[in-house]
Design a protein around this ligand. Structure first.
Ligand code: 5AD
Ligand code: SF4
Ligand code: FES
Length: 367
């Protein structure tokens, strides 16, 4: 594209699918313009602050068998764990004392009563230890409306449920063909979360086998049409103990996947100016400065890992995941430095809610 064309395109209020495909396919010099525009939009609409979400990888037990994921139930080489209540509360206390503002509780997907009740119990304890001050995001997969409602009533106020890919046919290629892995159910679950009043987050993987640029353009349109509050997306990274390993159909090299992920973040920032976008850990797996780069092109959320180190090597959704040996303190100071290098500041002690959500619900109390 001619430079003038990109500049004109970037100033449009609305991108069509063809516009998005052109932007995603932009060459290096046009990509610089996209990144520059995204940085300006970020500064104007969400400011310089990056908010922490302390990540607690509560358990790697998962009932599902997604074809790309290292902790799928079919991978018998993984040692399964569940953090104890004390460990979870210790991690939450660390987050609270260090002014993180919020935590994320993430886990493999399970719907058994013991699991859903334990989460309620943990929510109660976390709210108590922080006098309700610590924000809590849940990322615990698909659940019934009743469970989502209970968790919401006990203080979970944001929920991350990635659609993984918004194209139904592609979804079917990346998941087993059974009732546990239904695209429609996943979409329904996302709708339910929004209906219940959660700040709703979703996301996709970038650079998957069979995935095309047009699919990624559709993903961006999906986020806009769904009017999503938060996004976490990153490159797909192979894991040897998964069925997708060794499938090379339309797979792009890792460095290109990374560039594409950065472009997705930047374009989305320009499209949805006031949402929260995470600089995901997977970005750092490919590029040592991956998370800083994501911040520079529009991301404003980062998730320092709080999972006890003894469990980390068992929570490998993909290979070469960073921060396997670093304790919470190390990740905290590492990320502080990275954020400053990216020219941003940290929103200590703030929930850092999605401004988009606050615009959708102007009367909702936040901090
Ligand atoms: N590469 C990158 N991301 C992955 N996830 C699962 N497996 C992989 C992989 N191989 C992502 C999914 C899931 C999130 C918790 O991790 O998008 O929603
Ligand atoms: Fe389980 Fe999530 Fe991995 Fe799928 S992506 S196997 S639901 S942990
Ligand atoms: Fe964990 Fe850098 S964020 S070591």
């Amino acid at each position: 594209m001619w430079m003038a064309d990109v500049i004109k395109l970037l100033d449009q209020a609305y991108f069509s699918k063809d516009d998005l495909v052109s932007l995603l396919a932009a060459d290096e010099s046009d990509t610089k313009l996209i990144f520059k525009k995204a940085a300006e939009v970020r500064e104007k609409y969400v400011g310089k602050k990056v908010f922490f979400r302390g990540l607690i990888e509560y358990s790697n037990k998962c009932a599902k068998n997604c074809l790309y994921c290292g902790i799928r139930c079919g991978n018998t080489k993984v040692q399964r764990y569940e953090m104890t209540e004390e460990e979870v509360l210790e991690a939450a206390t660390f987050a609270f004392k260090n002014n993180y503002g919020s935590i994320v509780i993430q886990s493999g997907e399970r719907q058994d009563k013991r699991f859903t009740e334990t989460i309620i119990h943990l929510l109660e304890k976390i709210k108590a230890l922080s006098e309700g001050k610590l924000g809590v995001t849940l990322s615990l997969g698909e659940q019934t409306e009743e469970t989502y409602k209970k968790w919401f009533d006990h203080g979970g106020h944001r929920y991350l449920l990635r659609i993984e890919v918004s194209n139904r046919e592609l979804y079917a290629k990346l998941h087993p063909n059974d009732h546990l892995h239904s695209y429609d159910q996943r979409l329904e679950a996302l709708k339910t979360l929004k209906k219940l009043g959660y700040q709703a987050g979703t996301g996709v993987m970038i650079g998957l086998p069979y995935q095309t640029i047009r699919d990624l353009a559709d993903d961006l349109i999906f986020f806009r049409e769904f009017d999503i509050d938060m996004i976490g997306m990153g490159p797909y990274i192979e894991h040897a103990e998964t069925p997708l390993y060794g499938v090379y159909e339309s797979v792009i090299p890792l460095n290109e996947r990374f560039r594409l992920a950065l472009k997705m973040i930047a374009i989305l920032r320009i499209m949805m100016k006031d949402i929260n976008i995470a600089a995901t850990t997977a970005m750092q797996t490919i590029d040592k400065q991956g998370r800083e780069k994501a911040i520079m092109v529009g991301a404003n959320i980062i998730m320092p890992n709080l999972t006890p180190v003894k469990y980390r090597e068992n929570y490998l959704l993909y290979e070469n995941k960073p921060c396997i040996d670093e304790e919470a303190e190390e990740c905290m100071s590492c990320l502080e430095a990275r954020i400053h290098l990216a020219g941003a500041t940290i929103g200590y002690g703030e929930w850092g809610d999605s401004k988009h959500f606050n615009h959708r619900f102007p009367t909702q109390p936040t901090d």
